[in-house]
Design a binder for this molecule. Structure first.
Ligand code: GAP
Length: 514
């Protein structure tokens, strides 16, 4: 675990050193849980967004996109339930004056018990070698059974308190388990209070006063309130979907793990409107399609798992997360929710407008049911970055840091490098750049020895380096170096476009989704 934490720290500093992610307002000492994307980060992020957008709007003829405003009428958030119920339970430590999410303190405590169990198992596995039977050990070892019973009891108590919104119950768990503040080390806790996560601001400055508006905490409501507009103007027939990518804001109490939990982040959400009664069929279908989308990137099938929700929001009748194995454990990257007709019905009620669909096949009107797929761009970015980072030991004893980014997502697709800065090689290299740059993000680099330039491109995940040497001037061939294998092949300049396109095009990725 400690080793994984070290790797994560290295990934965070690599992201900064190579222009992927910078802390926001850094010259003013930063702003907590807010980050900026640098010159390479923005390209990677845009490529992730394009992959998602095209997979939705190009591959499904019944899905269209929108781009709604961040500011919306404040009653929307009353209707959606966010004003009354978008809360986290918070607790303060009186000595350190630090604020925590009570549920996170308890979850971390449960995770520590899990770690103890894992350690017992790892010790036994080492002792027994090949003959080790983990299932049998879990079922019979006294220490493991004792820890597991303690964990299960605690988990049950925790989920009961969360389900019942029992703030005093949560506090009592923290007291009974003697959970201490990680900063002060004391148990001097305040009461647990509800904290609404929406940011508020004022709009307008009329004599009658201004209106309180919210920065949207999810993009989904912008889709719901445009349902009628899109359905009517696009003559959409159910089932159909509306997709949107955009910023969302949450005043997270505890923001941690780099860009995993931010206060300003980006979501890619799609609401799929279906006939009542068909929602669970579509829920399973979207679960399958979304996992396929993730796996097509080739980051490793074993790094994904579903986590079905035990506790459902009052408006949902099924929900699951797609979790990804980050260096700090399996974590939610995407949520797939069957939201019934809750949101549209609420907007119908609060706006007084009829939001119904006349189904010509059934010859009846109804409020559509909704399947939502909701993925965080930044979390997706983090999962791609973490699984691509490698400190590779080379045969000559050196180490190279390489990002094995899926080629269609890489910020730079190819770098053209003249071997030396003379003899007409830079001019020839520039000629090649001028051909390739219309289709691929292409870098030109002439500074430093060729090996150093290769390493710099490896560190930002560039799939191909094209080296121009003296032979190029004679026979119009170059060496094409592949990032992962470091294999170099001699190829004619006029074949470069096809060779690169084959590997880096988004279409090659989208075709895997067929
Ligand atoms: N419309 C449904 C919705 O917003 P959610 O589970 O609260 O559901 C969806 O959020 C996704 O948004 C999450 O799976 C995660 O990827 C991303 N997300 C949520 N809060 C985030 C935060 N504070 N920082 C970064 N990403 C976040």
């Amino acid at each position: 675990m400690a080793q994984q934490e070290d790797v994560f720290k290295k990934i965070v500093s690599h992201a900064k050193e190579y222009g992927f992610v910078f802390p926001s307002s850094e010259i003013y000492d930063g702003l907590s849980a807010v980050y900026d994307y640098g010159q390479n980060g923005v390209e990677l992020k845009n490529n992730i967004k394009r992959y998602w957008w095209d997979s939705m709007t190009l591959l499904h003829e019944n899905i269209v996109g929108i781009d709604s405003a961040i500011f919306m009428h404040p009653t929307i958030w009353k209707a959606s339930g966010h004003v009354d119920a978008f809360n986290d339970p918070l607790i303060d430590n009186r000595d350190s004056k630090k604020r925590y999410r009570a549920d996170v303190l308890i979850e971390d405590h449960i995770a520590k018990i899990d770690e103890k169990i894992d350690k017992e198992i790892a010790k036994a596995a080492k002792r027994f070698g090949d003959s080790f039977d983990e299932a049998q050990f879990r079922a019979t070892n006294g220490r493991v059974l004792e820890l597991q019973a303690k964990r299960d009891e605690l988990h049950q108590r925790f989920s009961d308190a969360m389900n019942a919104n029992d703030l005093e119950g949560l506090r009592q768990i923290i007291v009974d388990q003697e959970i201490v503040c990680p900063i002060s080390g004391t148990k001097n806790w305040t009461e647990v209070r509800q904290f609404n996560l929406m940011f508020k601001t004022e709009m307008g400055s009329t004599a009658d006063g201004s209106m309180t508006v919210y920065l949207r905490p999810e993009t989904a409501q912008g889709i719901f309130v445009n349902y009628l507009n899109v359905q009517k103007t696009g003559r959409m027939r159910i089932p159909f979907g509306i997709a949107q990518i955009g910023k969302a804001f949450r005043n997270e109490i505890v923001a941690r793990q780099f860009i995993f939990r931010m206060r300003e982040f980006e979501q890619m959400e799609m609401q799929f409107f279906v006939r009542p009664g068909e929602e669970l069929k579509w829920f399973s279908q979207w679960k399958e399609w979304r996992l396929k989308w993730h796996k097509a990137l080739g980051l490793g099938d074993e790094k994904y798992r579903y986590h079905d929700h035990e506790k459902l929001a009052h408006y949902a009748n099924a929900a699951t997360d797609i979790e990804f194995q980050m260096p700090f454990g399996f974590k939610e990257v995407e949520g797939i929710h069957s939201r019934t007709n809750f949101d549209l019905s609420q907007h119908e009620k609060f706006s007084g407008k009829k939001i119904q669909y006349f189904d010509p096949e059934l010859n009846e009107s109804y409020t559509p049911y909704v399947i939502e797929t909701s993925i965080g761009v930044d979390r997706m970015f983090l999962s791609v970055l973490c699984s691509s980072y490698e400190e590779e030991k080379l045969e000559n004893g050196e180490t190279r840091v390489v990002l094995h980014l899926p080629a269609p997502l890489a910020p730079v697709k190819c770098a053209v490098l003249p071997l030396v800065r003379k003899d007409g090689l830079p001019e020839k290299a520039r000629e090649i750049v001028d051909e390739l740059k219309f289709d691929f993000a292409t870098h030109y680099e002439e500074k430093d020895a060729i090996g150093k330039r290769y390493r710099r491109q490896d560190a930002i995940g560039t799939p191909f380096c094209i080296t121009v040497d003296h032979q190029t001037l004679e026979d119009n061939t170059v060496t094409l170096r592949e990032r992962d294998s470091m294999k170099q092949t001699r190829v004619p300049v006029d074949q470069l476009h096809a060779l690169i396109h084959d590997r880096v095009s988004l279409a090659s990725l989208l075709r895997k989704l067929r």
